[in-house]
Design a protein around this ligand. Structure first.
Ligand code: PEP
Ligand code: MN
Length: 365
């Protein structure tokens, strides 16, 4: 599947390198709400109207979507405004109904994307379709699972495939509803450079005040589009009220976003960039060399500890080092989060090397 050119080509035909904007309510609620939202979104520069018809809710008892009647409201909105339509599908029956009602973009939600049986069922129902199919990331930060879902769809000969990054669940509370874990989406981009990637800042943030910032961040990272929840009366929305924006606010957000070019032909720009990149490559090589040296010392520590039968992990010392490094890092403008990730990884590697030494019989060392 690697670097399948057909991924980007369908997208280019569709959007001419402008970010694709899919917007609309979390859920279709009433005919009036769907039609009024569609009219206002058309005016805001949106190309695809989204609305959930069947809502996967974390716990039972909440609003679970209006069902098929909502598809008829969407069809009406399409014939009035010309907007394309997008909805979430989670079963074979959803797929069949969505296709029957002229839906143009079908997306697979984060809770469905975790289940290979469900994704396979949807892929089989979609076999050979020329509809646009977007796969959201699974709720858990598992790149292989996300790619696996993509492969199931690709194997069903679906040509117009793309992915939606909507963030990942974490047990610890963060300022996000779903932690972005940008590195996972970036890894997806570098494995499949031709696969259109859309950001869903609404489900990442869970908060309408952060939509603009995350959207800009996505465009800075070369994303191809945005899926943003918009509602004519966000505070009264039947689902995801806190993260929805009015179509008017959406228009402002879209106007404020800067679309970055992939590259530029200018000679001075390219030669300056090449020089800076050489410096970075040079520093990266030095970093590897220094980390390698650090590991050699860790091995010597391992030999000493082995000799005295002392445990590898010394929690207090490790915490002391980390605290000191966070302060030092802060002085250089490095975030606490980065320092802690970086040194935890180094520490882990160090433990790995020491364990090898401690568990190898003396004569093999
Ligand atoms: C949605 O788009 O409204 C939705 C349910 O999203 P997710 O699958 O990302 O939670
Ligand atoms: Mn939602």
């Amino acid at each position: 599947m690697k670097n399948d050119k057909s991924f980007r080509s369908w997208f280019n035909d569709f959007e001419h390198n402008q970010p694709l904007v899919i917007a609309g309510p979390c859920s279709a609620e009433t005919e009036e709400q769907v039609l009024a939202t569609a009219r206002q979104l058309k005016n805001a520069g949106v190309s695809v109207l989204r609305a959930g018809i069947w809502k996967p809710r974390t716990r039972p008892g909440g609003f679970e979507g209006v069902g098929v009647i909502g598809l008829k409201w969407l069809q009406k909105a399409k014939s009035e405004t010309g907007l394309l339509l997008a909805t979430e599908v989670a079963t074979k029956a959803h797929v069949e109904l969505a296709i029957e009602h002229d839906i143009d973009v079908l997306w697979i939600g984060a809770r469905t994307a975790v289940n290979p049986f469900a994704v396979q069922e949807i892929a089989d129902a979609l076999k050979d379709t020329d509809k646009i199919i977007l796969l959201k990331n699974p709720v858990n930060p598992d790149l292989s699972l996300w790619i696996g879902g993509l492969e199931r769809l690709h194997n069903a000969n679906i040509k117009k495939l793309g992915v939606i990054h909507r963030g990942f669940s974490t047990y610890e509370k963060t300022k996000y509803r779903n932690n972005p874990e940008w590195q996972i989406a970036i890894e997806m981009q570098s494995r499949f450079p031709d696969l259109p990637m859309i950001c869903d800042p609404s489900h990442i943030t869970g908060n309408r005040n952060m939509i603009q910032q995350i959207s800009q961040q996505a465009l800075d990272l070369n994303y191809n589009g945005l899926m943003i929840e918009a509602h004519i009366n966000p505070d009264e929305a039947w689902s995801d009220a806190a993260q929805q924006v009015t179509p008017e606010r959406l228009k402002e957000i879209l106007r404020s976003l800067k679309v970055r070019k992939k590259t530029d032909e200018d000679f001075d720009y390219n030669s300056s960039l090449a020089k800076l990149r050489t410096k970075i490559d040079d520093i990266d090589e030095k970093l590897i060399e220094i980390i390698g040296k650090r590991m050699l010392i860790a091995k010597e520590v391992g030999i000493l500890k082995k000799d005295k039968n002392v445990a590898i992990l010394q929690t207090e010392r490790w915490q002391e080092i980390l605290d000191k490094l966070v302060v030092l890092g802060n002085e250089k403008g490095l975030s606490q989060e980065f320092i802690s990730h970086f040194f935890k990884a180094i520490h882990q590697e160090s433990i790995y090397h020491q364990e090898k030494i401690i568990n190898t019989p003396a004569k093999e060392n």
